[in-house]
Design a protein around this ligand. Structure first.
Ligand SMILES: C[S@@+](CC[C@H](N)C(=O)[O-])C[C@H]1O[C@@H](n2cnc3c(N)ncnc32)[C@H](O)[C@@H]1O
Length: 263
């Protein structure tokens, strides 16, 4: 089976749109998966994936890069905590937050820590989603290595975690602040009325066309004046066209309705 045919069969059978991932990167990753499984071609891989659900989940877990850490790009999280969130909450009774492509939970739990420190836990709701069910299970367990906590200060570590051998478990009270759900950014429905959306270090894997669709859909999911927080190495060049204004590095605000383009 050719690569193109494999992608189309995966789309039909699993509703997973591999055509929206950057082709070269995707092919490299899939080829290394084939050699890891000692398989000769994509046909064999497809048969394995259709044989049982676990094989499909394993494939997805390999395909997706789950690297994450608490307070990734600390300066940007500090901007969020010191400037953007206080400003956002000023004009709202509560904030609804979406951590899209949340991986092992480091990102939404970093947010939960910030909300707790700002005294806003009771006025916020954090939804965290990812396409990879295996990583969502890990996120719910909320146990981390020292490495993923390298940006967490000693005071935060002491307040929000308990040490269990060489790893650190997030305290139950904070774990309860985040609701995890399965969601595919390429094929899923987008919920509405978010005041803040974090989508960091995932759209880099998608084609330009897919990125644009996702940013438009985020715009549609945000409340007026709501914020989009993207990754440190990312940039939205045509943000105006997509209905945003740029606030600061990594932060875009949904423009007022009269400036908003038609979807
Ligand atoms: C590199 S991690 C980024 C995690 C976190 N946002 C951060 O910045 O640290 C990328 C995540 O995107 C998820 N992902 C990949 N494709 C996706 C899709 N189509 N829909 C939702 N999540 C996806 C992966 O499973 C992975 O957990």
């Amino acid at each position: 089976m050719e690569f193109g045919a494999f992608k189309n069969r995966v789309l039909t059978s699993f509703h997973l749109d591999l055509n929206s991932y950057k082709e070269k990167q995707l092919k490299r990753r899939l080829d290394s998966y084939l050699s890891r499984l000692k398989m000769a071609n994509y046909g064999e891989l497809f048969n394995r994936m259709t044989a049982n659900r676990v094989s499909y989940e394993e494939f997805l877990d390999y395909l997706t890069i789950n690297v994450s850490e608490f307070f990734r790009d600390p300066q940007r999280f500090s901007d969020l905590q010191k400037e953007h969130l206080p400003e956002l909450i000023n004009s709202r009774n509560s904030v609804k937050i979406w951590s899209a492509a949340c991986s092992n939970g480091s990102e939404p739990y970093s947010l939960a820590i910030i909300m707790e420190e700002l005294g806003l836990s009771g006025r916020s709701k954090i939804i965290a989603t990812d396409i990879d069910r295996q990583i969502l299970n890990k996120a719910e367990r909320a146990t981390y290595s020292k490495e993923s906590l390298k940006n967490v200060s000693a005071a935060r570590l002491e307040r929000f975690f308990s040490q269990a051998g060489t790893s650190y478990a997030l305290k139950e009270a904070l774990r309860r602040k985040v609701t995890f759900r399965h969601h595919d950014l390429l094929s899923g429905e987008y919920d509405n009325n978010y005041d803040l959306i974090l989508c960091r270090n995932v759209t880099i894997y998608f084609t330009k066309e897919a990125q644009e669709v996702i940013y438009r859909r985020f715009n549609n999911s945000l409340t007026n004046g709501g914020l989009l927080f993207i990754g440190g190495s990312e940039m939205i060049f045509n943000y105006k066209e997509l209905g945003f204004e740029k606030l600061s590095t990594c932060f875009y605000r949904k423009s007022a309705p009269h400036n908003k383009p038609k979807i």
